[in-house]
Design a protein. Sequence first.
Length: 271
Amino acid sequence: MKRTIRVLIIGDVVGVIGCMMVQKHIRSLQQQFNIDATIVNGENSNHNGRGISSRIVQSFKHNGVNVVTTGNHVWDNNEIYEYMRNHNDIIRPANFPSSSPGSGVTTFNCNGLEVAVVNVQGRVFMKEHLDCPFLALDTILNYLRHRTKLIIVDMHAEATAEKICLGYYLDGRVSCVVGTHTHVQTADERVLPNGTAYITDLGMTGSLNSSIGMKKEPMIERFKSQMPNKFIVETEPPVIMTGVWVEIDTTTGKAVQIQRVKVIDEELRAT
């Protein structure tokens, strides 16, 4: 049995161009860094940048993704609801009401070991009225503690302070805490004092010359005029894919190291 495993975690995939980026480059990243498992946030991967479909989940899995995490846009394409009721390869934030489709936690087999993935959503500056993510994780970790020490948490949140506090709250209790939602990769990756790997935001997989994956001109006009404008996914190159890989001790569940990754494709275009 391997003494450590390496998990690749990729930030919010935006639209068709983001899905194409995953399809083109994820395998080379897995090979380059000797990756054992892969997690992708897919809540923006639908063609319009909002939601996800069962077909996209299957495409991710075909490209070596073990689990898809989500966030506040998970419900924007209702085709995924039934899929989430019957599959555990995509999860939604655990602090949504229990009556919501799907689950906020899942496990998968990695080299004969059980790895858990938990998704929660922050509450600061977010529209949804959700249960406390800190308390939700206390309950989930109580459930997981007899099953596995290998636990990865995706904190989908707007406020950096909320993400950082959750990282310290879970330090030593989980293997890794990654932030998603802002689509801008932060430069604060580190292993916290008690052994939990942490980064405030993974970034995104989408068009680089954009505003968080969307065409920038309508968004600039919206900021200027305060009038509602439709957000449209940008598809022009260059296209970026960012995230981290984390190496985890399989005996202790503690992180050994965390490294940022970034791939830029100057030629990829949506067809």
